[in-house]
Design a protein around this ligand. Sequence first.
Ligand code: NAD
Length: 384
Amino acid sequence: MEEKPKMNDDAFRFADELGPLKIIHVYEPTINLKAVLVVDNIAKGPSIGGIRMATDVSTEECFRLARSMTLKNAAAGLPHGGGKIVLYGDPKMPKPEKEKLLRGMASALRNEETYIFAPDMGTDEECMAWIRDEVGRVVGLPRELGGIPLDEIGATGWGLSNVAEVAVRYCDFELEGASYVVQGFGAVGKNVSRFLNERGAKLIATSDSQGAIYNQDGLDIKALLELKNAGKSVADSSLGTCINRDDLIDIECDIWIPAARPDVIHEDNVGRLNTRLIIEGANIPITHAAESMLYKKGITYVPDFIANAGGVICAAMEYHGANESSAMAAIKEKLMRNTEQVLERAKQKNIEPRQAAIELATDRVKKAMSYRRFSSFSTAPEFL
Ligand code: NAD
């Protein structure tokens, strides 16, 4: 058996058929800057993926997030590969310190043209404006700098509502008159609630970190939005019956939408869901084991990286100079087509939607790799 070179074991521990192309550690002791950039695969184009700022991030997390961006961008049909940055530090540190770190990091990565900076947990549009000032290559900018404020316009929620439009056809019911439950009435949850309601569906329960509210006749979304804008919890309203936050899972409904935290549905509580369709708004809201259990029970689910791609499509459209309305049109078109392709493939091949989605995305990346001189990267002028 061929012996692996020992020296390389550690540096190449993530390497597989898709990438990662590069892992760059950034270190500048004078400003306490420590960051990692992973550019996973750029066969489809320069990578896009956000900067996650936290005190407990790691190179491994960065690689896993970069890989999920490769698949997400490919599944969304974007001419972009996947990358990610983790930046060590407390995102709530004093602003001048944070600005110094972000500017230092951007400056250190000035020539990494295969990566386009974007926001993620712990970074926002102001951070992107600092990066724009340093290097230019960035998405998620403030409106004043040509950005499309994706949470304000509800890009991800809009995407989810279009996913629902297609997915209900695979569950034999209509959106008009269907009941739905949204876990997490935040940027994603509020907007998907609004857009589904406009299509005639009825929000019967929702939650935030403080509590949950339930009304079988339908909740008044406008009133809930006003409440949230006033800094209150959905549980502070008198629009329905207040229930325990985590009992939202028991509410019988046609569509259940997780839009809060990772891993909220797992093997121990998945059996409590009483629904026909799940559309994953949050990232990894359901463990893989629980997804398999849903599948076996005949409950359809649309996996996160297919369903919640509205945000990244919006960011890519911003990068290519689009305005808000063309970004929203692209989200609709891409997500309806992808949902159809994933659910159709799952049905035809008798496989889980997640497996179908991974196959679809991987096929697209491999096809793009086949056009390249060096498969996962390129020296074509667009990157120079
Ligand atoms: P947000 O902070 O605006 O909203 C999250 C909401 O969930 C808040 O209302 C919060 O109170 C609530 N919440 C927190 N813990 C809860 C719990 N245990 N039970 C019920 N509610 C709880 O965040 P967001 O931008 O809406 O993102 C939500 C999820 O969607 C995250 O997983 C995020 O990674 C994912 N996501 C967001 C986008 C986007 O465009 N914002 C895009 C793709 C994926």
